[in-house]
Design a protein around this ligand. Structure first.
Ligand code: SME
Length: 158
């Protein structure tokens, strides 16, 4: 079993994010995670650019589903509840949106600014139960670093 030093990854991400630009930092963050973790087949951002809808943002992996309404899928649940979703087997989730049939487990962390859902970071794995509580804590720490070191503009079309 591989182990991941999330404290080290967090220091590396802090150094990598040397702009405050949201587009640059979100692209860098998902590329960094894709290369730092094992058994990940997709990692990327979905952004709330229209009310209650997630729009595909920077990602690593195969072309993905777009758009995702808040009332659908694991990403929608994370957006609606503003809470991390950790799913051991996506086949057990009735409204799971299968972008890639290889995906088996999933972790989705919300990005919340002043109570407002800015977007989510979604990670997929072909392995059953790839994400542990430790992975969840580690990814939430990386997301907190992304939020702290980035100017996140209001993206919703008026
Ligand atoms: N599986 C996700 C959709 C996004 S993709 O996995 C990239 C979901 O059910 O929300």
């Amino acid at each position: 079993m591989h182990s991941v030093d999330y404290a080290l990854l967090n220091r590396q991400l802090e150094a990598l994010l040397d702009t405050r630009d949201w587009l640059t930092n979100s692209a860098q963050t998902c590329a960094f995670i894709q290369h730092a973790l094992y058994d990940i087949n997709w990692v990327g951002f979905y952004l709330q650019r229209q009310l209650n809808q997630l729009c595909l943002g920077p990602f690593q992996g195969k072309p993905a589903c777009h758009p995702i309404p808040f009332n659908k899928g694991v990403c929608g649940a994370a957006a609606r509840q503003q809470a991390t979703q950790r799913v051991d087997d996506v086949h057990t989730i009735a409204d799971h949106i299968a972008c890639d049939t290889d995906s088996r487990s999933e972790l989705v962390a919300p990005i919340v600014i002043d109570g407002h859902l800015w977007g989510v970071l979604d990670l997929d794995s072909p392995q059953h139960a790839r994400f542990s509580q430790e992975d969840q804590n580690g990814i939430e720490t990386l997301v907190a670093t992304f939020i702290r070191q980035t100017d996140l503009p209001h993206l919703i079309d008026q």
